[in-house]
Design a binder for this molecule. Structure first.
Ligand SMILES: *[C@@H]1O[C@H](CO)[C@@H](O)[C@H](O)[C@H]1NC(C)=O
Ligand SMILES: *[C@@H]1O[C@H](CO)[C@@H](O)[C@H](O)[C@H]1NC(C)=O
Length: 296
């Protein structure tokens, strides 16, 4: 990014975000645990992990389809052992979930981004990449786009992962459970950094993740009276007289430009893909066989 566009980006960001992170945050989210590990500074929200506690927040309502974004500046310096997560999830044993997990590292070593998709309670779909920038220096946006055709994970509008609807091949796709939007920071030094070999160094605490730019542009279906899954799904589906923007035909798959971006990410930045992990899975997971983005 040139200095000029960086400057303009920052400027536009501030214009959109306004001055109070707490007002913007309060509209959409609420702290879920460790309220005393939250602090607001100008347009920013900070979540702190120390040896007593991490912290987390969740959306006030649930959603189906649309796009959720946050801007995040990850833990600076030594972040080994820490995980900061941003995800959408439904509830119950057959829940669906779309995860971004940012795995800390020792000073100077790259942060990793792990994504995962749970369908009907089953995950095991991890992918990992090392970002093409230092995510601790500036804010970057992380988004999840979700419609009936695909789930797309984006970093600064660059797609890093697509989970395609392959129901026509008999593969279940998450599209009938409303999801909340969540974020948290916690200690996961049993697995997060270099396979759990590097532990959290508490002499470097507190570990702080900084947020701003909370955006949810999605179909609300939380709160109010209890409705069935089917009713929720139909309320959030486009019909003759109600068209949702995320059901636009152009959003049913990546654009040509986005496909090229995804290929670039996979070729240059991906460090792990469950689809290629033949040691772990005796049979290639069903969606990997059909997922055209996974063919090189
Ligand atoms: C459906 O929406 C209602 C609110 O309209 C919500 O309380 C309920 O949890 C939703 N059901 C599912 C299965 O997502
Ligand atoms: C941490 O740094 C090491 C060494 O560069 C790298 O192999 C690893 O992928 C990085 N990320 C994590 C989460 O360990």
């Amino acid at each position: 990014m040139s200095t000029m566009s960086g400057f303009l980006g920052l400027f536009v960001g501030l214009m959109l975000v306004g001055l109070s992170a707490s007002a913007e945050f309060d509209q959409l989210f609420q702290p879920s645990w460790a309220f005393d590990h939250f602090s607001y500074e100008g347009d920013q929200l900070k979540l702190k992990l120390d040896k007593f506690s991490g912290a987390g927040f969740g959306s006030k309502t649930k959603y189906m389809f649309g796009r959720v974004s946050i801007q995040l500046k990850l833990v600076e310096g030594d972040s080994a052992g820490t995980v900061t997560a941003f995800y959408m999830s439904s509830e119950g044993p057959n829940h669906n979930e779309f995860d971004f997990e940012f795995l800390g590292n020792t000073t100077g070593e790259p942060y990793s981004v792990q994504t995962n998709v749970y369908v009907n309670g089953v995950g095991n779909r991890e992918q990992r990449l090392n970002l093409w920038f230092d995510p601790t220096k500036e804010f970057h946006s992380y988004s999840i786009f979700w419609n009936q055709r695909q789930v797309v994970f984006l970093v600064d509008d660059t797609p890093i992962r697509v989970h395609t609807n392959l129901e026509h091949k008999g593969i279940p796709y998450p599209k009938d459970q409303a999801m909340g939007v969540y974020s948290s920071i916690w200690n996961a030094d049993d697995w997060a950094t270099q396979g759990g070999r590097v532990k959290t160094d508490w002499s470097h605490a507190p570990f702080v993740a900084t947020y701003r730019g909370f955006e949810i542009n999605a179909c609300e279906c939380g709160g109010g009276s209890v409705a069935s899954t089917a009713e929720n799904a139909s309320k959030c589906s486009s019909s003759e007289d109600r068209k949702y923007w995320w059901d636009e035909p152009t959003l049913s798959e990546l654009s040509v430009h986005q496909s090229h971006q995804l290929k670039w990410v996979r070729a240059h930045h991906m460090v792990y893909d469950y689809c290629a992990d033949t040691a772990r899975f005796a049979a290639t997971p069903a969606e990997c066989v059909h997922h055209r983005h996974y063919h090189h």
